[in-house]
Write a protein that binds this ligand. Structure first.
Ligand code: ZN
Length: 471
């Protein structure tokens, strides 16, 4: 009886709430409807297409930018925000995240991303059974969450690196071309926005995955398969992750190293895919870096001119500038669950406090390589791999931007890597990435100029996500 009353009470409450929401929703959506337009006035706009424009007014309505002009000639809006002395940039992307890699992060990630101005993320690997419910939640109207685009699981080969044994289960097998074709079709049917190819696929499976994804209009992110080289696999995919295996292709003895690698793959007695991959990286990575050949590398990079590189420098070069040595690290950790806070308060076991004794050859190589790629005209994208490798969601993207500037990008080019480049990867450049009429209303208001110091992207006053003001 009491239970029935409570249920009836709940229903009435839900109905009242519904009526309230309906009465509050904007009436009509005429462009000149003053009831729903918001203007940011007298602000300095910065985007990677137009550079810096002073004393501008940007008007948006719901999730669309409706007007951009000098403040002098701007029309009225129903609500105004004074942008005097402030800087407005497009919402930022993290091009490489894993929302379902570690359950302790999944719940806090969406809001944390937004608080750092990350209004879009590309999820580069998770089982469909886990990622789809998370994506559905994030895409619900009114959700406090960035836009999300997902690949589904890592498409691995006969062996799987992330098989749920020594590593979380985020990969699936593609033991032959028939399975590869079937997997891509299934991903498309389940709504995946792109595919992610992993390291243990055979060249035949790689070719099939590429062909199938192309025929279904799905962009492709990829690690360079161990059975292939960066310059042969790279041109077939939209983005390459972590600079992985580029060192091998740029080495003096690249052919010899590759032969040894292919032989090791052939000789492998079935066991852990993770072990197989790690043993190859561990035995070949540093020798390859030491055998770097300028001329050879120029040829490799010229093959990658239309493949966006997502170097995740903050991961590759973490030992050089560890995030836990930053002054704001402890404060940023407060957004994580208590267990993660206590885990990440102490440096990891591999960390060598003495800089003179630290192994940083691959770290330095990674930073130099991004500079080299950038000079060669290879597009660079900003991604972090959060939460892997002590990457606080959102926070770590700002570390990545600083690394990209250290590698040789200008601050404006670093902004491009986190705005226009990810939009291009997903063929969304007509909808987002710049501050222009018709683009989505994802914006970040800063209190200092990011072109003077890329660290100023951290000085966030207001985030606008899908037209909603997020404080
Ligand atoms: Zn990853």
């Amino acid at each position: 009886m009491t239970e029935a009353l409570i249920q009836t009470g709940n229903k009435i409450f839900i109905l009242l709430l519904f009526m309230f929401l309906v009465s509050c929703s904007p009436k009509g959506s005429q462009p000149d409807d003053l009831n729903s337009t918001i203007a940011i006035e007298h602000v300095t706009i910065i985007d990677a297409k137009h550079g810096l424009q002073e004393d501008m007014t940007v008007i948006f309505e719901a999730d669309e930018i409706r007007h951009v002009s000098p403040s002098l000639s701007a029309p009225a809006a129903s609500k105004t925000i004074d942008g005097t002395g402030k800087f407005l940039i497009p919402g930022l992307w993290d091009m490489h995240v894993h929302l379902t890699y570690d359950d302790r992060f999944t719940g806090v990630m969406p809001a944390t991303f937004l608080s750092y101005g990350i209004t879009s993320v590309r999820d580069t690997g998770g089982l469909l059974s886990k990622i789809i419910p998370v994506v559905e939640e994030m895409r619900k109207p009114g959700a406090i969450a960035p836009r999300v685009y997902f690949s589904g699981p890592l498409l691995d080969g006969e062996h799987v690196v992330y098989d749920g044994n020594s590593r979380p289960e985020i990969g699936v097998r593609n033991e032959d071309v028939a399975r590869a074709r079937q997997n891509v079709k299934a991903l498309k049917a389940r709504g995946a926005d792109f595919i992610k190819i992993y390291e243990l696929v055979s060249p035949a499976v790689f070719a099939t995955l590429v062909e199938e994804a192309n025929s279904l209009n799905m962009p492709i992110a990829s690690h360079v398969p161990l059975s292939m080289t960066a310059s042969t696999a790279g041109p077939h995919v939209g983005s390459m992750e972590h600079l992985r295996n580029v060192e091998l292709d740029c080495a003096n003895n690249h052919a010899e190293l590759h032969r040894a690698r292919v032989q090791a793959l052939l000789d492998y007695v079935p066991g852990s895919g993770h072990e197989l991959r790690s043993s190859l990286h561990n035995s070949q990575r540093i020798p390859a870096v030491e055998a770097f050949n300028e001329e050879r590398c120029a040829a490799v990079l010229s093959a990658l001119k239309s493949t966006t590189q997502v170097p995740t420098l903050r991961l590759n070069a973490m030992a050089l500038i560890p995030p836990f040595e930053r002054n704001d690290w402890q404060a940023a950790l407060q957004d994580m669950v208590p267990e993660v806070q206590s885990e990440w308060l102490t440096p990891p076991s591999w960390f060598e406090p003495d800089m003179a004794k630290r192994e940083v050859r691959f770290q330095k190589y990674s930073i130099e390589m991004v500079g080299r790629m950038h000079k060669a005209g290879v597009p660079i994208g900003a991604g972090t791999d959060t939460p892997i490798g002590m990457a606080i969601p959102g926070y770590s993207l700002h570390n990545e931007l600083a690394f990209l500037v250290r590698a040789g990008l200008t601050p404006l080019e670093a902004l491009k890597s986190a705005t226009i480049r990810p939009a291009e990867f997903l063929n969304l450049e007509n909808q987002m990435g710049t501050i222009e009429v018709g683009k989505v209303a994802d914006l970040v208001l800063l209190s200092a100029n990011p072109l003077e110091d890329i660290g100023n992207t951290r000085k966030i006053e207001l985030v606008i996500s899908k037209g909603n003001l997020i404080n």
